[in-house]
Design a protein around this ligand. Structure first.
Ligand code: BDP
Length: 594
């Protein structure tokens, strides 16, 4: 599915703005056909944004079920004869869409786009009513999973991940056109041989036309071209895409009719680079790469998970200020604008599905009893896996052309110590490898399943570890935590011989709390804990990455271990630095110059 584009043959109209909005706590709207007319009793709601924090009302914030959005769009007159497509960059966690009275799209999964051909449902020059019902329920069949309890006070959503279940239209909505004969997909794989680059491409189309591709450098000079739907372009004296150097070529794909007239075109940025895991090294363009950066969230006051360019650019600028070169899209696929930015700026990305909270064993550590096994037909079972498989497909197909993406992450902290885990995950790894043989694949391991018991590491190319020595373990005791961490990392290195990326390490800190002696929740303890990890990382050769948890404080549901959310940010939720931000800046800028 290609993104909307304005070019010689395509046009787009952005539908962002204030939409009519109404919650449906009784779940009445589908049976009553709320899409058939103007949404009664609606209030205004911004798109994109999570709806939860816009209205100061717990009934909105904690709503479980359907929420309805509606807008009316005027279809441009000049679009007659074109194929007209309605696209949602995301709707969390699932949606059904109507144009006037016609159902045009249904989609499961809150973080990937979907679209519908609405040509037959709209009239150029006319108005069209667009109605969307967005549902935020998490069940055993959704990714991420959850379950709903009926209580006398209403329905309560339970889930096993540590961030607030924001919902709504989180990203842009588009109406866009393309010719009836058009390009439907583009894929590029790149290679390097000395200073010669290669771009292997494949262009899919609907209809019949001949294909031509042209590759231009960043100055717009043509450097290669070819005819045919698939082929290999060679670029002598290539300028590779590299960490810190987001150099992009542009591939123009064109469909031509018999008289060589232009039928359709699409412009695809291309970064020429290679990724490879060799022994305990993670190589980008054949050079060892060390990941410095963060696990992040799409999270902010007021807008929740709504995409916002101002916040995005600010976050990237702050990451650069710390000296970070990479981040992980914890714990779901991020807005495509984020990956575009990373491509242009040479920031390296670990790209993750929304599979988080798939470990019921950990609930026991919270003192809960009667917890079922993680992998059963009544919990994480074949229904979950079907959704998860589709989530892997949609992630890889959406993001495979981004040079910034160097590693697929299939899940965060699933229970990984059993044959049941292996049976669940093996097909998911296989699918990612089938769709993209060029990138390494991994998952993020949790401390319960260590180097001797983890049944999934064998499926992965890299070891990704979330570790909380000095926080959840050896709380407040860095002297005890340091040897524990070191022993464990050495065991992973010895037993598995794969590169290790520590994808989470950190401590909560309430901004403004300072202490002389090591005291959890203080800024000083957070900073000293990070320094302890860094000493250990520097002693272990197989550690090729350090991603602090988290870039910024973020919202969670209420819990006695959370103070108005998770405070492991090195920046506050409004992006002010804690002491730890300066600690990282000192280390990472020094590392940069080494
Ligand atoms: C890890 C999770 C992350 C949490 C973090 C924490 O991957 O989502 O926010 O712990 O507890 O287990 O802060």
């Amino acid at each position: 599915m290609l993104r909307p584009q304005d070019n010689a043959t395509r046009e787009r109209k952005c539908l962002n703005g204030l939409w009519a909005f109404r919650l449906d706590p009784e779940g009445a709207g589908r049976a009553a056909g709320w899409w058939r007319g103007a949404l009664a009793g609606a209030r205004e709601m911004p798109v994109p944004a999570s709806y939860n924090d816009i209205v100061p009302d717990p009934a909105v914030r904690d709503h479980v079920g359907d929420a309805w959005y509606q807008t009316t769009v005027r279809v441009p007159r000049g679009w007659a004869g074109e194929r007209i497509v309605l696209r949602f960059d995301s709707a969390t966690h699932r949606a059904v869409v109507w144009v006037d009275d016609a159902l045009v799209a249904e989609h499961e999964g809150g973080y990937t786009p979907f679209e519908a051909d609405v040509t037959d449902h709209v009239r150029p020059g006319g108005a069209a009513r667009i109605t969307v019902v967005v549902n935020n329920e998490l069940t055993w069949a959704s990714v991420p999973p959850g379950h709903i309890t009926e209580t006398p006070a209403g329905r309560t959503q339970n889930y096993f991940h540590d961030f607030f279940n924001y919902a709504g239209l989180h990203r842009s909505v588009w109406l866009h056109t393309m010719p009836t004969t058009h390009i439907t997909g583009i894929s590029v794989d790149t290679g390097l041989d000395g200073d010669t680059g290669t771009v292997r491409y494949a262009i899919d189309q609907a209809g019949t036309a001949s294909v031509q591709v042209v590759l231009r450098d960043a100055q717009g000079t043509e450097v290669a071209s070819a005819d045919g739907a698939t082929g290999l372009l060679t670029v002598p004296g290539v300028h590779p895409w590299a960490p810190g150097d987001g150099y992009l070529y542009e591939l123009e794909a064109r469909l031509l009719d018999e008289s060589a007239g232009l039928v359709d075109s699409y412009l695809q940025p291309v970064g020429v680079r290679t990724v490879e895991v060799r022994g305990t090294r993670f190589l980008i363009n054949g050079e060892p790469f060390h990941f410095r950066g963060f696990g992040k969230h799409e999270d902010a006051i007021v807008r929740g998970k709504g995409h916002d360019d101002a916040l995005m650019v600010h976050d990237f600028e702050l990451m650069e200020w710390t000296g970070a070169n990479s981040f992980r899209t914890s714990h779901y696929p991020y807005a495509e604008e984020v990956l575009d930015y990373a491509d242009r700026h040479g920031i390296v990305v670990i790209d993750e599905t929304a599979a988080v909270g798939m470990n019921l064993k950990v609930l026991v550590t919270y003192g809960l009893t009667g917890i079922p096994s993680t992998y059963t037909e009544d919990t994480i079972g074949s229904a979950t896996r079907r959704t998860h498989l589709q989530a892997v497909r949609e992630l890889v197909l959406r993001d495979r052309n981004h040079p910034s993406v160097v590693l697929w992450c299939i899940a965060n902290e699933p229970e990984s110590g059993s044959q049941a885990a292996r049976d669940y995950f093996a097909p998911l790894f296989a699918e990612a490898r089938k769709l993209d043989p060029t990138r390494p694949v991994g998952f993020v391991n949790m401390i319960q399943d260590g180097p001797d018991t983890c049944a999934l590491t064998g499926l992965a190319d890299v070891v990704m570890l979330n570790r909380y020595y000095g926080w959840y373990k050896d709380t407040g005791d860095l002297a005890q935590a340091e040897p524990g961490l070191e022993a464990e990392l050495r065991a992973w290195a010895d037993r598995h011989g794969k590169p290790i990326i520590v994808t989470e390490y950190g401590a909560d800190a309430v901004a403004g709390l300072h202490t002389v002696v090591d005291t959890p929740w203080s800024e000083d303890y957070q900073a000293r804990l990070l320094e302890m990890y860094h000493r250990v990382f520097d002693r272990i050769d197989a550690v090729v990455g350090e991603h602090v948890w988290n870039f910024a404080d973020f919202a969670t549901r209420p819990a006695i271990v959370r103070v108005d959310g998770n405070k492991k940010g090195v920046f506050t939720r409004d992006r002010r630095p804690k002491t730890a931000a300066f600690t990282l800046r000192r280390r990472w800028h020094r590392d940069k110059s080494r």
